[in-house]
Design a protein around this ligand. Structure first.
Ligand code: FAD
Length: 345
């Protein structure tokens, strides 16, 4: 399991990488080559593949292609799985396929906000109502036991909730990380072993959340907390992603992008690389190295990640430890320019 692997030496910094399944055959072929380059150079502790119920076959297709490829023999793969608007049949089908492919790590998620009516209709014949991620964690651990090592999501700035209340017929909007911590604990108590966080750009907020988490979960060292890092490749996407994720960008970070360069992706990326390095190094330092694995939301791109790893004094240790004889600069220049493989809508 990934959780066992990662606990072998807690002083080494490491990364994990997240990809989404492309829609076309060309996109898929390109992505596999890209994952191959990244995993050989960066030795991630695991890679994760996102999931959506409408496209679950694409997730499993990508995983099966990776498993067929000898270059991925030593790469841990984690499959995301969502449960709302789903039923036991689909969930079991995905879990069985993962098991048969030799996938032992599942990131158990709720998925899109609940369409209460659709769920109750769909679940009429199900014995379990998969309303929250904790229901999925309980189901996986109850039925599959130790076949799967289960991870869950956490939200340093709170999960933006816009839940429909069928009684009052109103939407209840909330975003409170302290309330989420109660539910995070529920997911851990149900058998989850690791946590990947939502992206964030406000290190103060992450550290405040992490300290509250430590106080709330006294045996927190039993679980692996991996902060989610989304490199900044393009100013518009950066802005849009933070709005979608309901996360704060401190004004002093916005000010680092002069208005006249905001359409220049190279300049934006260079500034973004420095920002991400500062955030990563600060979190590592101020958590007394308790946090030493960082999860990259790659958006299926590689260049900024290559730059972050090679320029970060902390993360460049990964390159020194990899078998690759190339020095850091050569490594970085080997990377292709980022041709967008496909935009995820
Ligand atoms: P939960 O833990 O169920 O929490 C959802 C909301 O319900 C929260 O507001 C929480 O406070 C509240 N809540 C939880 N338990 C209870 C309870 N018992 N009673 C009352 N309220 C409760 N989405 C995809 O569709 N595909 C993906 O591949 C995907 N990957 C992701 C990867 C990461 C690392 C992250 C952080 C998110 C990902 N998402 C993905 C998005 C995720 O599905 C959404 O953010 C979703 O809205 C919440 O999922 P969750 O698992 O955190 O839900």
């Amino acid at each position: 399991y990934f959780s066992q692997l990662s606990s072998t030496d807690d002083s080494k910094p490491a990364i994990s990488l997240e990809f989404f399944p492309p829609k076309t055959k060309i996109g898929l072929d390109n992505l596999i080559k890209r994952i191959e380059r990244l995993t050989i150079a960066l030795q991630p502790v695991f890679i994760t593949i996102t999931y959506s119920q409408l496209n679950c076959d694409k997730t499993l297709k990508l995983i099966s292609l990776l498993k067929e490829n000898k270059n991925f023999d030593n790469v841990n793969i984690c499959c995301h799985l969502t449960c709302t608007n789903s039923n036991i049949k689909l969930i079991d089908n995905t879990l069985e396929r993962c098991k048969n492919l030799g996938i032992n790590n599942i990131l158990a998620l709720r998925g899109d906000p609940v369409d209460t009516d659709a769920v109750s209709q769909q679940n009429n014949n199900d014995s379990i109502n998969f309303r929250y991620a904790v229901d999925l964690v309980r189901y996986i651990k109850g039925k599959y036991g130790d076949t799967f090592c289960v991870g869950v999501a956490a939200y340093p700035e709170g999960h933006y909730n816009n839940d429909f209340n069928p009684v009052t017929k109103n939407y209840i909007t909330s975003q409170d990380y302290r309330q989420d911590l109660i539910y995070l604990k529920e997911k851990l108590d149900a058998g989850a072993s690791f946590i990947i966080t939502q992206l964030f750009y406000n290190a103060d907020k992450f550290l405040e959340f992490y300290n509250a988490y430590k106080q709330f979960i006294p045996n927190y060292k039993k679980y692996l907390m991996i902060p989610g890092i989304m490199p900044i490749n393009n100013f518009m996407i950066f802005n849009r992603a933070t709005k979608l994720a309901h996360v704060n960008i401190p004004q002093f970070l916005i000010d680092r992008f002069p208005v006249d360069i905001r359409n220049d992706d190279d300049q934006v990326r260079n500034i973004g690389v420095n920002i991400m390095i500062e955030i990563i190094e600060r979190i590592h330092r101020e958590t007394n190295k308790e946090i030493n694995i960082f999860h990259f939301y790659t958006l299926n791109l590689e260049k900024s990640i290559a730059q972050i790893i090679s320029k970060s004094p902390l993360l460049s240790q990964i390159l020194e430890e990899s078998d690759d004889d190339d020095d850091e600069e050569e490594y970085e220049s080997e990377f292709e320019d980022d041709v967008v493989i496909e935009i995820d809508n």
